[in-house]
Design a protein around this ligand. Structure first.
Ligand SMILES: [Zn+2]
Ligand SMILES: [Zn+2]
Length: 155
Protein backbone atom coordinates (compact mmCIF):
# COMPACT_ATOMS: atom_id res chain seq x y z
CA UNK A 1 0.00 0.00 0.00
CA UNK A 2 2.84 2.35 0.88
CA UNK A 3 5.84 3.12 -1.28
CA UNK A 4 9.12 4.14 0.29
CA UNK A 5 10.63 7.34 -1.04
CA UNK A 6 13.56 7.39 1.38
CA UNK A 7 15.92 7.15 -1.60
CA UNK A 8 14.52 10.42 -2.81
CA UNK A 9 15.26 12.01 0.55
CA UNK A 10 18.78 10.55 0.82
CA UNK A 11 20.08 11.28 -2.61
CA UNK A 12 18.11 14.44 -3.10
CA UNK A 13 18.01 13.12 -6.56
CA UNK A 14 14.88 13.65 -8.50
CA UNK A 15 13.02 11.86 -9.94
CA UNK A 16 12.88 8.41 -8.41
CA UNK A 17 11.90 5.64 -10.83
CA UNK A 18 9.07 3.39 -9.66
CA UNK A 19 8.39 -0.07 -11.08
CA UNK A 20 6.56 -2.13 -8.50
CA UNK A 21 3.79 -4.65 -7.90
CA UNK A 22 1.40 -3.83 -5.10
CA UNK A 23 -1.52 -5.59 -3.40
CA UNK A 24 -4.55 -3.36 -3.22
CA UNK A 25 -6.71 -3.53 -0.11
CA UNK A 26 -9.78 -1.40 -0.80
CA UNK A 27 -10.13 -1.14 2.96
CA UNK A 28 -12.30 1.96 3.00
CA UNK A 29 -16.13 2.19 2.82
CA UNK A 30 -17.46 0.99 -0.52
CA UNK A 31 -14.67 -1.52 -0.84
CA UNK A 32 -13.60 -3.06 -4.11
CA UNK A 33 -15.88 -2.19 -7.05
CA UNK A 34 -15.28 -5.54 -8.82
CA UNK A 35 -15.30 -9.22 -7.80
CA UNK A 36 -11.54 -9.62 -7.56
CA UNK A 37 -8.35 -7.71 -8.34
CA UNK A 38 -4.84 -9.01 -8.89
CA UNK A 39 -1.61 -7.23 -8.05
CA UNK A 40 -1.34 -3.71 -9.43
CA UNK A 41 1.72 -3.10 -11.59
CA UNK A 42 2.69 0.53 -11.02
CA UNK A 43 5.26 2.29 -13.17
CA UNK A 44 6.32 5.92 -13.14
CA UNK A 45 8.45 8.56 -11.49
CA UNK A 46 8.27 10.26 -8.11
CA UNK A 47 9.58 13.79 -7.94
CA UNK A 48 9.61 16.49 -5.34
CA UNK A 49 8.33 20.00 -5.76
CA UNK A 50 8.45 22.76 -3.14
CA UNK A 51 5.10 21.72 -1.69
CA UNK A 52 4.42 18.19 -2.82
CA UNK A 53 5.75 14.81 -3.72
CA UNK A 54 4.32 14.02 -7.12
CA UNK A 55 3.84 10.63 -8.77
CA UNK A 56 3.44 10.59 -12.54
CA UNK A 57 2.97 7.25 -14.25
CA UNK A 58 0.56 4.47 -15.04
CA UNK A 59 -0.83 1.24 -13.62
CA UNK A 60 -2.12 -2.10 -14.85
CA UNK A 61 -4.61 -3.99 -12.73
CA UNK A 62 -5.97 -7.42 -13.72
CA UNK A 63 -9.49 -7.91 -12.43
CA UNK A 64 -12.42 -10.32 -12.50
CA UNK A 65 -16.04 -9.27 -12.67
CA UNK A 66 -19.43 -10.29 -14.02
CA UNK A 67 -20.66 -9.13 -17.42
CA UNK A 68 -23.62 -6.72 -17.13
CA UNK A 69 -25.23 -8.32 -20.22
CA UNK A 70 -24.63 -12.10 -20.12
CA UNK A 71 -23.78 -12.35 -16.39
CA UNK A 72 -20.73 -14.57 -17.11
CA UNK A 73 -17.52 -14.03 -15.21
CA UNK A 74 -14.70 -12.43 -17.20
CA UNK A 75 -11.07 -11.39 -16.69
CA UNK A 76 -9.77 -8.06 -17.94
CA UNK A 77 -6.94 -5.64 -17.28
CA UNK A 78 -7.45 -1.95 -16.62
CA UNK A 79 -4.56 0.23 -17.80
CA UNK A 80 -4.60 3.92 -16.87
CA UNK A 81 -2.30 6.88 -16.56
CA UNK A 82 -2.23 8.46 -13.14
CA UNK A 83 -0.90 11.52 -11.36
CA UNK A 84 -0.87 11.56 -7.59
CA UNK A 85 0.08 14.28 -5.14
CA UNK A 86 1.29 13.68 -1.61
CA UNK A 87 1.95 16.19 1.13
CA UNK A 88 3.17 16.19 4.71
CA UNK A 89 1.61 19.51 5.48
CA UNK A 90 -1.46 19.71 7.68
CA UNK A 91 -2.41 22.94 5.97
CA UNK A 92 -3.14 21.12 2.73
CA UNK A 93 -6.78 20.02 2.81
CA UNK A 94 -7.41 19.24 -0.84
CA UNK A 95 -9.12 15.85 -1.33
CA UNK A 96 -6.85 15.04 -4.25
CA UNK A 97 -3.74 15.36 -2.12
CA UNK A 98 -2.80 12.39 0.02
CA UNK A 99 -1.21 12.93 3.41
CA UNK A 100 1.95 11.06 4.22
CA UNK A 101 4.36 10.73 7.11
CA UNK A 102 8.00 9.77 7.21
CA UNK A 103 9.30 8.56 3.88
CA UNK A 104 6.34 6.48 2.77
CA UNK A 105 3.69 7.71 0.39
CA UNK A 106 0.29 5.92 0.17
CA UNK A 107 0.71 5.21 -3.53
CA UNK A 108 -1.62 2.20 -3.39
CA UNK A 109 -4.42 4.40 -2.03
CA UNK A 110 -4.07 6.82 -4.94
CA UNK A 111 -4.14 3.89 -7.38
CA UNK A 112 -7.24 2.40 -5.68
CA UNK A 113 -9.10 5.71 -5.94
CA UNK A 114 -8.15 6.05 -9.59
CA UNK A 115 -9.22 2.46 -10.32
CA UNK A 116 -12.64 3.12 -8.72
CA UNK A 117 -13.01 6.26 -10.88
CA UNK A 118 -12.06 4.53 -14.12
CA UNK A 119 -13.72 1.15 -13.82
CA UNK A 120 -16.86 1.11 -16.02
CA UNK A 121 -20.12 1.06 -14.06
CA UNK A 122 -21.53 -1.45 -16.56
CA UNK A 123 -18.72 -3.70 -17.67
CA UNK A 124 -18.97 -6.30 -20.43
CA UNK A 125 -17.11 -9.55 -21.15
CA UNK A 126 -16.79 -8.42 -24.77
CA UNK A 127 -17.47 -5.04 -26.33
CA UNK A 128 -20.18 -6.69 -28.48
CA UNK A 129 -21.45 -9.26 -25.98
CA UNK A 130 -24.81 -10.56 -27.23
CA UNK A 131 -26.20 -11.07 -23.73
CA UNK A 132 -29.00 -13.43 -22.77
CA UNK A 133 -32.07 -14.25 -24.80
CA UNK A 134 -34.95 -12.35 -23.12
CA UNK A 135 -37.24 -15.30 -23.76
CA UNK A 136 -35.36 -18.52 -22.96
CA UNK A 137 -32.42 -17.03 -21.07
CA UNK A 138 -29.70 -18.79 -23.05
CA UNK A 139 -26.32 -17.14 -23.48
CA UNK A 140 -26.39 -15.86 -27.05
CA UNK A 141 -22.58 -15.74 -27.19
CA UNK A 142 -22.52 -19.53 -26.81
CA UNK A 143 -25.79 -20.84 -28.18
CA UNK A 144 -28.27 -19.94 -30.82
CA UNK A 145 -31.92 -20.32 -29.93
CA UNK A 146 -34.97 -20.03 -32.15
CA UNK A 147 -36.78 -17.53 -29.95
CA UNK A 148 -36.12 -14.56 -32.23
CA UNK A 149 -37.51 -16.33 -35.32
CA UNK A 150 -40.49 -17.71 -33.35
CA UNK A 151 -41.22 -14.23 -32.13
CA UNK A 152 -41.11 -12.92 -35.67
CA UNK A 153 -43.59 -15.57 -36.77
CA UNK A 154 -46.01 -14.66 -34.01
CA UNK A 155 -45.94 -11.03 -35.16
ZN1 LIG B 1 -21.12 -10.86 -21.66
ZN1 LIG C 1 -34.05 -17.90 -26.71
Amino acid sequence: MYYSISELAQKRESPLVVDTYMDLEFARPGGCPVQKVGKAHIIGVVSRTAEFVEFDGSYEIPYTDYCARCLEEFDKVLICNIKGYFSKLDSVVDEDIYKYEGHKIPLGLAVEDDFILNIPFRDFCLEDCLGLCPKCGCNLNKTKCDCASEYNQEV
